[in-house]
Design a protein around this ligand. Structure first.
Ligand code: OAD
Ligand code: ZN
Length: 279
């Protein structure tokens, strides 16, 4: 189970870290409350702040972190039952975790629908609108077209409710990374595992709701997700595999990105790999 903390080393801010988190940096949008940017009612009245932010955060600029590739490695080794994410940055997909292994609990930029008639629009269609600073309006009914990100006030995707029934009973290790566990119902999943399942929380700061819940089987690693996965890889004897996978894939993304920047002949930000990631 993961949150925004697995993507901060890729250059994407989390939501609630004081100072650097997204909710402390939305002044330019003049929102009555920072979370309004993801409130459905607010969006229906004033969708512009969301689309301005969407342009900044749109998948394509960022490269998955070592933490993402560690999860990919778990999958490659047939150890991953499922990856439950609150993130909407699509970095899990980019890291090669297949769709059937993913529960994107807060939705995705991958697909889009009209909020009125529910007509489907592709991500290429939406990207053109967002980067052209054009409000995406439905070609059928003039309704607003919205990426399938779960806003406050919207239902979670169906698989958020069905997959835990398949997964949590058999889970023998629950890794929770980079999340404040502030948002429900996602946070409530930690209680779905059986009493003998070990739960490991990896986070920069302690999370009161988790720490000390059950001292016999709960472990907290206070620190960065990337440091934690490198340490886990080390004890598992996977360091070289993780390093090779991460370096190989990152350089492919960089090459692809440079090519598209050159082709587009535009001033786009280069993909970023934080210094923290290097080993
Ligand atoms: P938060 O910003 O609430 O929490 C992120 C947590 O990750 C914080 O506790 C940070 O200290 C920690 N953190 C940041 N960088 C880290 C790193 N490199 N290593 C380890 N820990 C790190 O983000 P989420 O829990 O993901 O919902 O937020 C949940 C939901 O709230 C989001 O999905 C979003 C938001 O409103 C919607 O958009 C619907
Ligand atoms: Zn429509």
């Amino acid at each position: 189970m993961v949150g925004a903390g697995i993507s901060t080393s890729s250059g994407i801010p989390d939501f609630r870290s004081p100072g650097s988190g997204l909710y402390d940096n939305l002044q330019k949008y003049n929102l009555p409350h920072p979370t309004d940017i993801f409130e459905l009612d607010y969006f229906m009245d004033n969708p512009k702040p969301f689309f301005t932010l969407a342009k900044e955060l749109y998948p394509g600029h960022y490269i998955p972190s070592p933490a993402h590739y560690f999860i990919r490695l778990l999958h490659d080794k047939k150890l991953l039952t499922r990856h439950y994410t609150q993130n909407i940055d699509c970095l899990e997909r980019l890291a090669g975790i297949p769709e059937e292994k993913l529960v994107e609990a807060h939705g995705t930029f991958h697909t889009n629908h009209c909020v009125d008639c529910n007509k489907f629009y592709t991500k290429e269609w939406m990207k053109e609108k967002i980067f052209g600073d054009v409000l995406p309006v439905c070609e059928e009914c003039n309704g607003i077209v919205k990426p399938d990100i779960v806003f406050f006030g919207e239902n979670m995707p169906d698989h958020f409710y069905t997959k835990p029934l398949e997964d949590f009973d058999d889970c023998d290790l629950l890794i929770i990374m980079g999340t404040s566990l502030e948002v429900y119902p996602f946070a409530s999943l930690v209680a779905n595992v059986k009493p003998n399942c070990i739960r490991v929380l990896i986070n920069r700061v302690a999370i009161d709701k988790f720490s000390g819940r059950d001292k016999k089987r709960d472990i907290t690693f206070l620190g960065d997700c990337d440091d934690a996965v490198w340490q886990m890889a080390d004890v598992l004897g996977w360091t070289n595999e993780l390093k090779d996978l991460w370096k190989r894939e990152s350089s492919l993304f960089e090459q692809a990105r440079e090519k598209s920047d050159n082709n587009a002949d535009q001033e786009a930000k280069s993909p970023r790999i934080s210094k923290n990631n290097s080993r």
